[in-house]
Design a protein around this ligand. Sequence first.
Ligand code: SF4
Ligand code: SF4
Length: 499
Amino acid sequence: MSSDSSQPGADNAQGTVPKWQPPRNTKGAGGTSPQVEKALVDVRSKIYPRSVKGVFARWRIWMVYFTQIIFYGLPWLEWHGRQAVLFDLLERKFYIFGMILWPQDVIYLTVLLLISAFSLFLFTAMAGRLFCGYACPQTVYTEIFMWVERKVEGDRLARIRLDEQAWNARKLRLKATKHFLWIVIALWTGFTFIGYFAPIRELGGELIALSLGPWQWFWLLFYAFATWGNAGFMREAVCKYMCPYARFQSAMVDSDTFVVTYDFVRGETRGGRSRKIDHKEAGMGDCVDCSLCVQVCPTGIDIRDGLQYMCIGCGACVDVCDQVMDKMGYEKGLIRYTSERAIKERMTQPQVRRRMLRPRVLSYILILAVICGAFVYTLATRTPMRVDVIRDRGALGREVPGGMIENVFRLQVINTSEEAMELQLSVTGLEGARIHLTENGQDHIHVAPAGNRLLPVVVQVPISSAKPGLYDISIQAIGEHEGGRKTYVNERSSFYIPQ
Ligand code: SF4
Ligand code: SF4
């Protein structure tokens, strides 16, 4: 980026574009870039983010409430006398309110993953790492843990002093209180997590009686430990060094993406000054170089160095810089959500928003709309029963008393609804063909709500109906659910008549 006054919008509040530009990744004398050296120092040093109030801080708090009410509350919701959302791995059934998914329905989960992926692409192309800043579990739990830390140990300076001082009774008490509260939250989070995979009310009783199974103990403690470690200690390191999304987001972000950006045209030349002087006359920009934007940053970066992959787009620096601008009597928005192009070309916010709907974004919206439409359509038209016919390869056709040839099949019937179902069987394709269950000789079956039955059935045809050979047949199943709803399934198979 060069300061080219011929660029559209090159004029700024000071009249010309300043010489300062975001630094580039230049190699140091030793072959290691200064950024790499800085990163190595960053890994070793702890970050003490300062608390901040403002519009985006409020949004973050609301998002913590929103996501956590859903996460902690959902497993306790009841639906038709059972847990509303339960991924029952033992029974291999996923209950999601009125919908029951079976292993055969894995396509729906695949489509859900596709929808999530394209939503992420869309939001990233439009507004960068919005998900990271407001809804990512790492950010949300770090926010909760930092809130506890601030309540127990105090704000930034108090925490720095506490960490620097020698161990004494007060420090021990504060640290023990903080960790106790963190561990309680982490254990509750672990318990809630396993409550999505086994009925949570029964789990609660078993937990109180300390009689959980070994795998339940393992996952509860593992998830609790991961929460405690990631939100209490790893924090920004997860976003900076472990999160793969941070690495590939650059492929989705372009110069029209809305990201947290420092307006270097307006802000430079930065520097301290008295509120009384006319800083523009003195050749200064709006940045007073107070470093508050760095102090509030949960990942410890300086947004004035330009867009960095470590920025999670939380907006904390926007809030604090707006407060500084207010105090100085300057216009807000020195750091704001905008695009790189808007800063360079001095575009207005309406112009920037119009640029949001560019071809890449429109194509993501189109793909997403098609996938969502197909998903909703297939779910709405999904039959409430599934019938699979499997030929018994161990028993080929044989002659039975009464002048009949019989073939044995296995019938898998799944009732995907929550109403009991009566299933009537019939067979076509060969003259005189009839079908019945091996166990009772009947041609109808009762299937319980959300039931799954695997039943041997027999198809018989008169010997005189066809010559030896293999014939196509169709097995029909008509399911009648409580309430009178009828479903029809036709399964093709083959019938063997021996010599
Ligand atoms: S908070 Fe604003 S004024 Fe202070 S250093 Fe950051 S950009 Fe400059
Ligand atoms: S630079 Fe600003 S928006 Fe980015 S992570 Fe730091 S505080 Fe949040």
